[in-house]
Design a protein around this ligand. Structure first.
Ligand SMILES: [Zn+2]
Length: 51
């Protein structure tokens, strides 16, 4: 990991990976961004390819 954190747009549900929270959604440019890093790490969501 390179310190990437995961964020999801609450409007269009686009998921973004960035070291810091984006000021706005990369897709719809709304500012309603939520960090989901902890959700993903406690889930099996991104761990399936690692084995
Ligand atoms: Zn969006």
């Amino acid at each position: 990991m390179l310190g990437l954190r995961f964020f999801a747009c609450n409007v269009c549900e686009t998921v973004m990976a960035a070291p810091v929270e984006p000021s706005q959604c990369h897709d719809c440019h709304d500012e309603d961004i939520a960090e989901i890093s902890e959700m993903l790490q406690s889930d099996a969501y991104f761990t399936r390819a690692q084995n």
